[in-house]
Design a protein around this ligand. Structure first.
Ligand SMILES: *Cc1c(COP(=O)(O)O)cnc(C)c1O
Length: 383
C-alpha cells in the first residue's frame, strides 16, 4: 500500500470557481482576489487581508511595511522553514534566533526580551505545526519595547490560544497557500491585519509601487497611473483566488478530520517505546498542520528512508535554519547554539496528515512506523 505524504482538497466546487475565472476576462489580480481577501478577513475576524504570491512575499512585504530595513535585527525561531529567516534577509535585516520550547517547538516567549538590542525592530514568531506561540506574552513584550510583531502563520490558519487568533494582537499575520498547506492554490500567500494602513502599504508594495492594479486601470476612466516607490511583483491572481474561495469555506471541517487523525496517531504512539511527539497545550486550538514524531536521533534518517521505501510519504520539518550551510557560513553558527531546536531537529520526522487519508491508510501508517521503529531498537534479537 502506498500512502502519499499529502493530497490537496481541490474538488468540484473549486473547479467550478476556476471555470468562472477562465470564462471571464481577468486572469490576474482582480475581483476574485478581492473576494478572497474579504472572505479571509471575515474568517479570521480581522479588518483586512491582502493576497500575495507566497508566504515568503507576505513576510517580506510585512516586514518592509512595519519599517524593517538595513541594519535592523528581527528576533525569530531557528526551528522553521528557511523562508522565515530568508524574508528577514530580503528585507535587509539580520535574523536573531532565540531558542524554542522543548515541549512544543515554538519560539520561547520567555527568552525573547533578553535578545532585544538597540537594533531590534521586530519579533517574528512561527506557529509551528499549527500550534500558536504565546501571543499574549509576545505582544506584551513587543508593546513594552516598541517593537513590531509579524506572525508566520504558514501552518496556522485555524488556530486559537488564550482567545487570540492570528492577526488579532500582531501587526500582520502571514499565510501560505503553497502546495502542501492546509488550503492551497499551488503557490500563494496573504497578509492579514487589523491595520488598514499596513494593508494599503502591502497593496502598493505587492505591485511595483504602482498606484493602480490592472483591474483598476481597466475600470477607471483615466488610463493613467503613477509609481511612487520601488515595489515588487508579488500579487496573487484570480486563478489562485478561485481555487482558495471554496476551500476557505470548508476549513473547519477539514480541521476536524485532521484533529481526529492526530488523536489516532497520538493514542497509538503514546505507548510506543522510543517514540515521542510535541505537545498541544490544553485549552489551545491547534491548526494541526503537521504531525511529527520524535525518534532515536541516531536512527532518524534511516527510519525516514525505510518508511519511504515502504511507501509511506514522510519528511523532516525541520533541521534548524542556523545549521544550514548558508547561515553557518554567513553568520558563523555552530552546533550547540540553540539546543532545544537542535534536539527536535535531530529526531523529528513528519507523517502524512490530510483529510483524504482513509482509516485503512492511517492504520497502515501506524503499524509500519511501529514495525520500523521497533526493529532497530532490538538489534540483538534480530541477529
Ligand atoms: C511553507 C512555509 C513558508 C513559505 O511559504 P511559501 O508560500 O512557500 O513562501 C514560510 N514559513 C513556514 C513555517 C512554512 O511552512
Amino acid at each position: 500500500m502506498k500512502v502519499e505524504f499529502f493530497k490537496h482538497n481541490i474538488g468540484p466546487d473549486e473547479i467550478r470557481d476556476l471555470r468562472k475565472v477562465l470564462d471571464g476576462v481577468f486572469l490576474t489580480l482582480g475581483e476574485t482576489v478581492y473576494q478572497f481577501e474579504r472572505d479571509l478577513a471575515g474568517y479570521l475576524g480581522c479588518k483586512d487581508a491582502v493576497g500575495v504570491s507566497s508566504c515568503t512575499a507576505a513576510l517580506h512585504l510585512s516586514l518592509l511595511a512595519v519599517g524593517v530595513g538595513k541594519g535592523d535585527e528581527v528576533i525569530t525561531t531557528p526551528l522553521s522553514f528557511t523562508a522565515t529567516a530568508n524574508a528577514i534577509l530580503h528585507a535587509g535585516a539580520k535574523p536573531v534566533f532565540v531558542d524554542v520550547e522543548r515541549e512544543t517547538g515554538n519560539l520561547d516567549a520567555r527568552r525573547v526580551e533578553k535578545a532585544i538590542t538597540r537594533k531590534t525592530k521586530a519579533i517574528l514568531p512561527v506557529h509551528l505545526y499549527g500550534h500558536l506561540c504565546d501571543m499574549k506574552k509576545l505582544s506584551a513584550v513587543a508593546r513594552k519595547r516598541g517593537l513590531a510583531l509579524v506572525e508566520d502563520c504558514a501552518h496556522c490558519l485555524e488556530g486559537e490560544r488564550d482567545g487570540v487568533r492570528p492577526a488579532q494582537v500582531s501587526d500582520a499575520a502571514c499565510f501560505s497557500f503553497y502546495a502542501t498547506k492546509n488550503i492551497t492554490s499551488g503557490e500563494g500567500g496573504a497578509v492579514a491585519t487589523n491595520s488598514k494602513e499596513l494593508a494599503d502599504r502591502v497593496r502598493v508594495l505587492r505591485l511595483h509601487g504602482m498606484t493602480k492594479s490592472a483591474a483598476d486601470r481597466y475600470t477607471a476612466k483615466s488610463p493613467h497611473w503613477d509609481q511612487e516607490e520601488l515595489g515588487f511583483k508579488s500579487n496573487m491572481d484570480n486563478i489562485q483566488a478561485s481555487l482558495l474561495l471554496g476551500q476557505l469555506k470548508k476549513v473547519e471541517g477539514y480541521l476536524k478530520r485532521r484533529e481526529q487523525i492526530c488523536r489516532t496517531y497520538e493514542d497509538a504512539f503514546a505507548s510506543s517505546d522510543g517514540v515521542g511527539y510535541p505537545k498541544v497545550l490544553s485549552g489551545t486550538k491547534s491548526a494541526r498542520h503537521l504531525f511529527t514524531l520524535w525518534v532515536d536521533p541516531k536512527r532518524r534518517d534511516e527510519i525516514v528512508v525505510t518508511l519511504r521505501e515502504k511507501g509511506i510519504g514522510c519528511t523532516i520539518n525541520y533541521r534548524p535554519i542556523h545549521l544550514l550551510r548558508y547561515y553557518r557560513k554567513r553568520f558563523g553558527f555552530k552546533p550547540g547554539a540553540f539546543p532545544n531546536a537542535e534536539w527536535i531537529g535531530d529526531r523529528t520526522l513528519t507523517l502524512p496528515l490530510y483529510p483524504k487519508l482513509t482509516p485503512r491508510e492511517i492504520t497502515h501508517v501506524v503499524r509500519t512506523v511501529q514495525e520500523v521503529v521497533g526493529n532497530g531498537s532490538a538489534p540483538a534479537r534480530a541477529c
